[in-house]
Design a protein around this ligand. Sequence first.
Ligand code: FCB
Length: 402
Amino acid sequence: MDNKAAAFPKNFFWGAATSAHQVEGHNHNDWTEWEKLGRVKNGEVSGRAAGHYERFAADFDQARELGHNAHRLSIEWSRIEPKPGLIDPDAIAHYRAVLQTLRDRGLEPFVTLHHFTNPLWIARRGGWRSHDTVDCFGRYVMAVVRELGDLVTYWITINEPTVYSTNAHLAGYWPPEQRNVAAAWSVIRNFVEAHRLAYQIIHRHVPSAKVGVASNLSNFVPVRPHHPVDRFLVKFAHYWHNQWWLDQTYVDQDFIGLNYYFHHPLKFAWSGWRNWFVPRPQGDKPLSDLGWEIHPEGLGQLLTFLGHYHRPIIVTENGVADANDTLRTDFIRRHVDQISAARERGIDIRGYFYWSLLDNFEWREGFTPRFGLIDVDYQTLRRTVRPSAYAYRDICQRNGTV
Ligand code: FCB
């Protein structure tokens, strides 16, 4: 299949995404404290990560050479506000330089305000379980838009709120390792409020701003298509994972951000309370290095679902862990084809961000998964462009970025 140029307008955003903690290095937040407890695979810590804090200009030169016209990044709250109410002028100056460097290279910045990490003082006050955090977040957002708002049009308030609340407060998989339904429920409700508050603050300061959330949506399918319990499971999972958050917030989203990674065939099989709904890979799809099934058609189905909200859609993340770079080219092409086909069905999709520009610190999985268009040698921090990055460049260029 080929990407039909006509399906993509000249102003379509083509780029790659990163997040502060995963690429910058030398952060000091709730994750860095937790990493020291040895919870990350192989006992790794984020440490200097990809060294992007110092190398951002060269990395953006590379993105430009790879045909991108946009870039998604996040601002690290713990750098901006290391102590309650104290805004660090050096951090502001740094992010101003980052954003100006993107602009100088013709890369439209998409700025995420919360991407999984919290300042330590927020974590110590109860993190996102505490309603107080909503107000603190509002104060931080106010400072960011006041100091950086002239350089940014596209804002993402929160990255994957349902993934964060589940992993950190229900599954006990991320800091603060809670396994508590009531806590997870408070967290997600606080996120709804925090998003609405941030939406208002950003629009008050930057009237032309476009504000959204990057939501992780999964493609759930029944293993036995006619089995009533499998079908019920799919409806239930789809509602809770994909739909609930959007129903609460789409009115306050100028665009819907979609992070797409997962295809989950669901089958009811009782093996204890914790396992009855566990996804069962069917073995008929290629797997990434992390064992995630690759199923681009699932993206097409989710885009159709999102079309019902009548908001512009931006694919804010989509990527594959593939150290040998044998899957990535085909992965990108097939997902972009799904976007092209969805646009032809009349769905308003305005951009695609591959995850990630660089190899980086993949949370609890550490440095092993290689998601980057660009390989990072963690000994020397040397960058090497992978062949798939050139294949993606051809897609970007054929569809209008140069
Ligand atoms: C997403 C996260 C991103 C990255 C990718 C692989 O859920 O938003 O930070 O870890 O997964």
